[in-house]
Design a protein around this ligand. Structure first.
Ligand code: MG
Length: 267
């Protein structure tokens, strides 16, 4: 991976040549530093202003994607008129788009029931809590004692495995979190594909340059879509030595903000 800011001249040229730029950015760990409790992850005033200014330019289509529930994400970011993709893209809302994955919607009541059972089961481990995000569940263990990840995973697998709808959900993991998600072929990459299709003018794909930023395993699906696409810029946020399908990397959310600044200055 190359450092995005160090590769600025070539990246700037690619961006300049595109008629439209679809800028899809993950929230936690990408726009904001990872914090102990998800509700404390605040978007900086600077980043918010930059995103707003970019969204006002007709050349840029700005979207925020996250594992958070759509309503929570909108509330956290607080910018109107942009795209929001919540629950890893299972629910998307924005100019000219309103999408909910139908299978996930149907499974939502089942997940509610699982959420109650899971909450009770993990209450034996201090610092672990279940977040019910409507279409998915997150079991957070960042606040638990070191070395409890395996116990948490065992409990999650046990509880989910013993429910009637076990076959209809899947368990995935991210940074200090296990997630229970509907077992559908849908992820951040599929959401990106949907947005590319939606915002490409009359199928002329070449006019839209997709740019995707993310920091976690679930973002790799987005990076792979960019890789398979004719053009596009994928950026992993985090340690350079990490294995990723992204073309570029940035070290931190602070560097993402710097990039947004450079992008604005260019136009
Ligand atoms: Mg993230």
């Amino acid at each position: 991976m190359e450092h995005l800011l160090s590769s600025w001249p070539e990246v700037a040229e690619e961006l300049r040549d595109a008629r439209h730029v679809l800028l899809l950015i993950d929230y936690d760990g990408t726009l904001t530093p990872i914090v102990e409790r998800p509700e404390l992850a605040e978007l900086s005033e600077t980043a918010k202003r930059l995103l707003e200014e970019l969204a006002h330019q007709s050349r840029f289509i700005v979207g925020i994607i996250s594992g958070r529930a759509l309503a929570d994400l909108k509330d956290k970011v607080g910018i109107s008129g942009i795209i929001y993709a919540g629950n890893h893209g299972l629910e998307i809302e924005g100019p000219g788009i309103c999408f909910t994955n139908p299978v996930a919607e149907e499974l939502s009541p089942v997940l509610q029931a699982m959420s109650d059972e899971l909450s009770q089961a993990v209450s034996t481990i201090k610092g672990v809590f279940v977040e019910n995000k409507g279409l998915t569940l997150s079991v957070h263990y960042r606040l638990a004692e070191e070395g409890r990840a395996e116990d948490v995973e065992r409990i999650v697998r046990q509880v989910i495995g013993s429910t009637e709808a076990a076959e209809r959900v899947k368990i995935t993991y991210g940074k200090k979190v296990y997630e229970v998600r509907p077992d559908v072929v849908w992820d951040k990459g599929k959401a990106l594909e949907l947005l590319i299709t939606r915002y490409s003018k009359e199928g002329r794909r070449s006019e839209l340059l997709p740019v995707y930023f993310g920091d976690d395993l679930t973002d790799e699906d987005g990076f792979r879509v960019i890789k398979d696409y004719r053009s596009g810029i994928s950026v992993f946020v985090g340690d350079e030595s990490q294995q990723s399908s992204a073309r570029y990397f940035l070290k931190s959310p602070a560097e993402v903000t710097t990039f947004l600044e450079m992008l604005l200055e260019q136009d």
